[in-house]
Design a protein around this ligand. Structure first.
Ligand SMILES: O=C(O)CCC(=O)C(=O)O
Length: 230
């Protein structure tokens, strides 16, 4: 017999959203979130300021600052060629360790975890009106998993299929501290952020409002060798 007080399914339990994609709610504790927010303030101070990348001539509402490699649509470069020409900051060693811990928490095999060496981090800043359209992360030569961390206001994260930017997709509410990893058969799934929920950042996350998202990636790129002319 059903009772009046049946347990609701836990909507924030870790879940495999599709083969190769894992959502781990609340993975990063409040101290870790505050620490990353402090790093965020350092990164946005330069040498390259955050900017909305131009996609087919339209500036994105999300502002991005990059580590390791500078991303703009279809290309990674060491210098921010579409901003101020400066070289971006390096990916710190602790970020590589963080990425490996995240992969392990998402259930990836030990050999994938050990080999994971993200060499590019896209640090995205969303104000309450910012959105990110459905897209694939396919400017990398490597198909290593992408690690995504969220801090601040909650958002709707739309995670779809590898064929089309339309349905079927699943809308997930990502909250501060949530981890999402997508790799394997999900690596090239379309995904986007159609909505930010204002005033939902927890008081102890270090961010009064807005949302920071970090995506850690392996580009598979190497620096072109320098050709010396005598
Ligand atoms: O903000 C997010 O959760 C997603 C970010 C994203 O899709 C990207 O940087 O390519």
């Amino acid at each position: 017999m059903d009772t009046l007080f049946d347990a609701e399914p836990d909507e924030r339990a870790p879940e495999e959203i599709a083969p190769g994609s894992h959502w781990v709610p609340g993975w990063l504790d409040a101290a870790g979130q505050r620490w990353l927010v402090a790093r965020f303030h350092e990164w946005v101070a330069g040498p390259v300021p955050p900017r909305g990348a131009k996609v087919r001539g339209h500036e994105m509402s999300v502002k991005t600052v990059c580590l390791g490699w500078h991303w703009r649509p279809y290309e990674y470069t060491r210098t921010a060629v579409d901003v101020n020409g400066r070289r971006v900051l390096d990916v710190p060693d602790w970020m590589v360790r963080l990425g490996r811990k995240a992969l392990a928490a998402a259930g990836w095999e030990d050999d994938v975890v050990a080999a994971y060496t993200p060499d590019a981090v896209l640090v995205n800043w969303y104000d309450v009106d910012a959105r990110m359209g459905m897209h694939q992360d396919k400017d990398e030569d490597s198909l290593a998993p992408v690690v995504s961390l969220s801090i601040g206001d909650a958002c709707t994260f739309r995670f779809g299929n590898t064929e089309t930017r339309t349905r079927p997709y699943r809308d997930i509410r990502l909250e501060s501290g949530d981890l999402f990893v997508f790799g394997g058969p999900s690596r090239l799934a379309y995904h986007g952020v159609p909505k930010i929920f204002p005033h939902t950042a927890p008081a102890d996350c270090g961010l009064p409002g807005g949302r920071i998202n970090l995506t850690l990636r392996m580009t598979g790129l190497t620096d072109a060798p320098t050709i010396r002319h005598r």
